[in-house]
Design a protein. Structure first.
Length: 223
């Protein structure tokens, strides 16, 4: 199974998102991990060169060309991002916009809905979201989940689930005190489960479990 993980955190391996991403990828086994902060990917210009002038190839000569080749052949695509204003980080959204060369310009109906057809060399595969946020409540991820599920439909990928870590900064605080290891264990277990088939609701709930009460979270943050 070929797995490509893209970490959209500006902090890369030093961010809270990476706390969950790292053990998850360990559970998956052999994975290629790239960080958007290390890439030169310019914004999509919307001129459709990749559709009508040179199909499948963007006119911009930057790092996205190599990334597109990796995405096209990935059985599992992992998108990791901190929650920024109810959505994914800017660098990851920028990368998502640049995936247009993987699609054909023609419409097709999938499930009674207009979509773009995938190019012949692009795998359908699966997609997993890994995300963290500072707020206490799990429902803060709802807008991001809607976005990622829609992206899966457009990319022809199955949404395989999400590892979500609310009040992630609390986890970092607890780990320094020798607590919270069970959350990382759950993330690692989720990776193993995905290799074997599907991630269980119980395991994903372990990744997201409440670490402190809402009142404690507010107090800790304000201190």
């Amino acid at each position: 199974m070929q797995v490509l993980a893209i970490n959209g955190s500006p902090r890369g391996s030093g961010g809270v998102t990476a706390l969950i991403l790292k053990p998850f990828l360990e559970g998956l086994g052999s994975v290629e991990l790239i960080h958007t902060k290390d890439l030169d990917i310019r914004p999509c210009q919307g001129e459709f060169h990749c559709w009508f002038k040179k199909p499948g190839e963007c006119f911009q000569d930057d790092d996205m060309r190599a990334v597109l080749e990796k995405i096209a052949t990935a059985d599992v695509l992992v998108l990791a991002t901190p929650l920024y204003v109810d959505g994914m980080s800017g660098p990851l959204k920028n990368l998502l916009d640049r995936m247009i060369p993987l699609l054909e310009p023609e419409f097709e109906l999938r499930g009674g809905h207009c979509r773009h057809a995938l190019r012949e060399n692009v795998k359908r595969g699966r997609l997993v979201l890994v995300s963290s946020c500072g707020f206490h409540e799990l429902d803060n991820f709802d807008p991001l989940l809607v976005h990622v599920r829609a992206a899966c439909e457009n990319l022809g990928r199955e949404f395989a689930g999400a590892l979500l870590r609310p009040h992630g900064w609390v986890l970092r605080h607890l780990l320094k005190q020798g607590e919270g290891q069970d959350v990382l264990d759950a993330a690692r277990r989720a990776g193993r489960e995905l290799v074997e088939g599907d991630m269980s609701a119980e395991t994903l709930a372990g990744v997201s479990r409440e670490l402190v009460t809402l009142e404690e979270c507010v107090r800790m943050q304000n201190e």
